[in-house]
Design a protein. Structure first.
Length: 394
């Protein structure tokens, strides 16, 4: 099957999607390059939001003396950054981090800082993007947002667990096994239910709440055999050679607190079945006592300014009243932006306590807050005051 055929209108028609049974969709992922098909879907979705091709460079006069570089990616997440810059009249230029001459392109771009969103549909794309972001930040001295450290943790449960453990951040007890015999021995002595996860997954697609030893050993065999394939993932990207086992924390909901710059947003994810992540049941909520302080402390610990932290209430309570379940440098958009309530808004640290500003600040998957903070940071580093400020969506 040629890549050109994967981009035909017929293959991406709504009618075909609705008429094709789920078993056939799953089978199709095994014989067609699903990552390329999914990338085309993302491109079409992005262009639908723009009403045409995503503009790769600003075509307007900006009131701000800074140009932001935007790295493109195969999931077209970068389109959120483009939309944010255009809405705030920030000058920008889209750059291809996967290009063979990417270093010269970046150095000649005239950009003062860069908005990054690594490709994740294929593991090779992610590895190359990470390698080049490491060089960009470390050897070229470029300012990135999210930072390389934030993106290093993004969509990797192994890396996140090691960072949490090294920093002493409360989190559900998690064990990582690279040896099948050691993993099986642990599973035979473990208490159930427990949670088995793949390293890279989103929206609970690679998360399994396991209630029996038999099921656990089955997943262990997959992990150290042909690999585990998270739902909605290219079968060629099966994750093998590692088993991640996490303590099961009983919960009715999960808190998501997003920090962008020095602004915080809080939402509550309700549980459907065994999962809060990916449940689709999420609402704006007032942060529970101490949650903003907790997230501020964690993000300050890592020097993070673009991070979503998902929290469970710790069963034991006490000083460690929250456990970190997930940390994500980039998050998806809100599908229905009209679902708002009295808690829709942002929080910021005031002189004596947290202060709330009502309004919808989640535009473009929080890219407006991110681009505005980055532009102001660049201007401040040059001794300039002012800069763009993200305004709430009406």
């Amino acid at each position: 099957m040629t890549n050109r055929w994967l981009r035909t209108d017929l293959l991406h028609s709504d009618l075909l999607r609705r008429m094709t049974p789920s078993w056939l969709k799953q089978a199709a992922r095994g014989w067609m390059p699903y990552a390329i098909y999914r990338s085309e879907q993302c491109r079409r979705d992005a262009e639908a939001r723009f009403g045409g091709a995503v503009p790769l460079e600003s075509d307007y006069a900006s009131p701000y003396p800074v140009t932001l570089g935007i790295f493109s990616d195969t999931s077209h997440y970068f389109a959120h950054h483009v939309a944010a810059c255009r809405e705030m009249k920030v000058a920008y230029r889209v750059l291809d981090l996967a290009a063979h001459d990417w270093i010269s392109r970046i150095l000649q771009s005239g950009c003062g800082a860069f908005l990054a969103s690594p490709s994740t549909l294929r593991s090779i794309d992610r590895r190359v993007h990470e390698e080049r972001l490491w060089v960009a930040a470390g050897d070229l001295g470029l300012r990135l947002c999210p930072s390389f450290q934030e993106l290093w943790l993004w969509e990797s449960k192994r890396r996140m667990r090691e960072w949490l453990a090294a920093r002493g951040v409360p989190h559900p007890a998690t064990e990582i096994f690279l040896d099948r015999d050691a993993a099986e021995a642990y599973l035979r002595s473990a208490r159930y239910p427990l949670v088995i996860k793949t390293d890279a997954s989103a929206s609970a697609n690679g998360v399994f709440v396991v209630r029996t030893l038999r099921r656990a050993l089955g997943l262990c065999g997959q992990a150290f055999g042909r690999g585990i394939i998270p739902r909605n993932t290219d079968p060629r990207e099966a994750q093998a050679g590692c088993l991640i086992v996490q303590e099961y924390i009983p919960h009715d909901h999960e808190w998501r607190i997003v920090r962008i710059g020095d602004d915080y947003l809080c939402r509550r994810k309700g549980r459907v079945g065994d999962y809060a992540s990916g449940s689709g049941t999420i609402e704006w909520a007032e942060p529970p006592a101490g949650a903003l302080d907790f997230v501020e402390r964690i993000t300050d610990l890592g020097g993070f300014h673009s991070m979503a932290v998902d929290l469970f209430a710790a069963p034991a309570g006490g000083d460690d009243r929250y456990l970190v379940n997930e940390m994500q440098a980039l998050i998806g958009p809100i599908v229905n932006t009209r679902l708002r309530n009295a808690h829709t808004g942002r929080w910021s640290r005031g002189p004596s306590d947290w202060e709330f500003t009502p309004g919808f600040f989640y535009q473009n998957a929080c890219a407006n807050l991110r681009a505005a903070w980055l532009a102001r940071t660049v201007m401040a580093s040059r001794g300039l005051e002012g800069g763009p400020v993200a305004q709430p969506e009406p």
